[in-house]
Design a protein around this ligand. Structure first.
Ligand code: SAT
Ligand code: MN
Length: 598
């Protein structure tokens, strides 16, 4: 059986890569699929697999007049988000994974998951999905191959990555590729594991069919394995959007910004500036979730978006919050766990227009207006090709990436953190990123709305010891002769009635303009104990902004009692890192404490 299968792998394979062939054969021997299909990424293949998914009820065609090329997928209700408690970093030593990751011994993990994978694809097809994270031919780009028994995964991967023949061609005969194995198994949360083996460049994911658990190029390769490779190879894999902002004078500045999942990265990356006050300004998207950054030949830090599509949060998206996203998802989009209207269109909480009287909810049940239950799941998602984005940057496919002038760290904080701060220098900026806190969202299972420390928005995505990761950030200073400036932002501050004080969305352009001006040394600033902030006279452009002076004051305020509590919580985090807490960051902490006390 084993050798017949190996032969079959070789016969139909569109490659002669011996390492790849041997690995596929070995995985097939373990999982025992009925057949093996090598994906080429063609249109013909897309049509064939889509038709098949529709026949099997995995995809529901939407109204093709209203949403051409769009389909709805309903996941198992027990499988609607990333599962951080079931996600493991499997390094030989526990300390290499660090205190912020779940750890499993690699031998134990291979054995344990091996038992689940054993025969898991009987009666199923194994799809071999070669994919490139990054533009084909770019020195930044990494190749992965995902073996999966889910046609939904294949159809998502062809949107999210450069998938198929192009990736296989780029790989050639090299053995340098990420080995990803995925089976939906029986979608049982008790048998669900997302395991990363950084030393083996391997990912095994079992028992889920959802998003970041199974589209292995995204969080698993581009961030967890990516961050590990980045440290070894001297670059940064970050949970950051990348955008270019062009002024009316034609000057383009690129920034990268880290926010936790479901905190508006996609909205910020596609922002439309206020029409009146920002005539002639333009924002263009390079990426909405992940940045791979390395020093370029001119000494600046260059970034690519390794992805080719967006896996964005649907609820709250509308023509006011993000018109470009609405255009992006108008065609050729896969929707997961949204509601459906009677005429076969999609609906979600926060969509434009009247709430329909009747819908089919995300679980396929009848839903009536006024129901206390949400019609769309709060973590329902769209998967859309980035080529649909009306403001896609012409540099999104540039193999050299874009030069980054500013790095921004933003959490979701209803208090404490002011609207915008510029760090005093690189080390202080790393401190600001390291001490980020954010209120949890529906992007991961667990309680929503509790503040947790989320350094650089990488808490769930750092593939090694968080202390080493922060030290790597500090060390990068020496490798980048022209350092980007570092900023911290918070769009989510609330007043005492729980109302957001800053309007956010398009008006975040005002903060971005200040950041751009600071980068180019054009505006004066005010020093505070936390960092530099906009001056009240020559600071943020508030022209035409429909909010009170008090609200702006509230959004930008620094309250010392809140900061005393914040420092306590930061202390707990640093203590967790033990001896690996970088000395330079501990000194930053001490300096901040002394500034607060004097
Ligand atoms: O990890 S997902 O891709 O499911 C989305 C996210 O949490 O950012
Ligand atoms: Mn993300």
């Amino acid at each position: 059986m084993a050798s017949t299968q190996a032969a079959a792998v070789g016969e139909k394979a569109p490659t002669k890569n011996p390492t790849l062939l041997a690995w596929v054969a070995k995985m097939a021997q373990m999982t025992q699929p009925d057949s093996i299909v090598w994906c080429d990424g063609s249109e013909e293949e897309k049509k064939r697999l889509t038709d098949q998914a529709v026949k099997e009820g995995i995809l529901i065609p939407l109204n093709q007049q209203k949403r051409p090329g769009c389909y709805l997928h309903r996941s198992n209700p027990n499988d609607v988000a990333r599962v951080e408690h079931l996600t493991f970093i499997c390094t030989p030593n526990k300390t290499d994974a660090g205190p912020t990751n779940n750890w499993m011994d690699p031998d134990e993990a291979y054995t344990k998951l091996g038992q689940h994978f054993d025969g898991a694809m009987k009666g199923r097809t194994m799809y071999v999905v070669p994919y490139a994270m990054g533009p084909i031919g770019s020195p930044f780009t990494k190749i992965g191959v995902e073996l999966t028994d889910s046609v939904y995964v294949v159809l998502n991967m062809r949107i999210m990555a450069r998938m198929g023949k192009q990736a296989l061609d780029m790989l050639g005969d090299s053995d340098d590729f990420n080995r990803g194995l995925h089976s939906t198994g029986d979608v049982n949360p008790d048998r669900r594991y997302i395991c990363h083996f950084p030393q083996d460049n391997t990912i095994w994911s079992f028992g889920s069919g959802y998003g970041g658990n199974v589209l292995l190029g995204k969080k698993c390769l581009a961030l967890r394995i990516g961050s590990y490779l980045g440290r070894e190879e001297g670059w940064l894999a970050e949970h950051m959007l990348i955008l270019g902002v062009t002024s009316p004078k034609g000057e383009t500045t690129y920034v990268a910004a880290a926010f936790p999942s479901a905190c508006g990265k996609t909205n910020f990356a596609m922002l439309i500036p206020p029409a009146e006050e920002y005539k002639g300004w333009k924002i263009e998207t390079v990426g909405d979730d992940i940045a791979w950054m390395r020093p370029g030949p001119d000494g600046r830090l260059y970034a690519i978006n390794p992805e080719a599509g967006y896996f964005g949060v649907v609820p709250g998206t509308n023509y006011k919050t993000n018109p470009n996203a609405m255009e992006t998802i108008a065609k050729d989009t896969l929707f997961t766990n949204v509601a459906m209207t009677a005429d076969g269109d999609v609906w979600w909480e926060g969509k434009d227009g009247e709430v329909p009287d009747e819908l089919t909810d995300w679980q396929g049940r009848p839903w009536k207006k006024g129901s206390t239950e949400k019609a769309a799941h709060p973590n329902s998602r769209f998967t859309a090709p980035m080529s649909n984005n009306p403001v896609l940057s012409s540099k999104a496919n540039d193999p050299m990436g874009v030069p980054i002038s500013a790095l921004i760290f933003g959490g979701r904080r209803s208090n404490t953190v002011p609207l915008v701060i510029q760090a005093f220098n690189w080390t202080h900026g790393v401190f600001l990123g390291a001490t980020m806190g954010s209120e949890t969202t529906a992007a991961a299972t667990g309680k929503v709305g509790v503040v947790r420390r989320d350094p650089m928005a990488m808490l769930p995505f750092c593939g090694y010891h968080m202390g080493d990761y922060l030290q790597h950030w500090l060390d990068m200073q020496k490798a980048i002769p022209q350092l980007p400036k570092i900023f911290q932002v918070n769009w989510f501050r609330q007043d005492k009635n729980g109302k957001f004080v800053w309007p956010g969305f398009g008006d975040n352009m005002r903060v971005l303009e200040w950041i751009v001006n600071r980068v180019h040394g054009r505006v004066p600033t005010k020093e505070t104990l936390l960092g530099w902030v906009p001056r009240s006279d020559e600071g943020l452009n508030l022209k035409g902004l429909d909010i009170s002076a008090e609200a702006v004051a509230e959004a930008t305020s620094i309250k010392e009692d809140e900061w005393k509590a914040e420092l306590k919580s930061q202390e707990v985090f640093f203590e967790q890192l033990g001896t690996k807490a970088p000395e330079a960051l501990m000194l930053q902490r001490k300096l901040l404490i002394s500034r607060l006390e004097t």
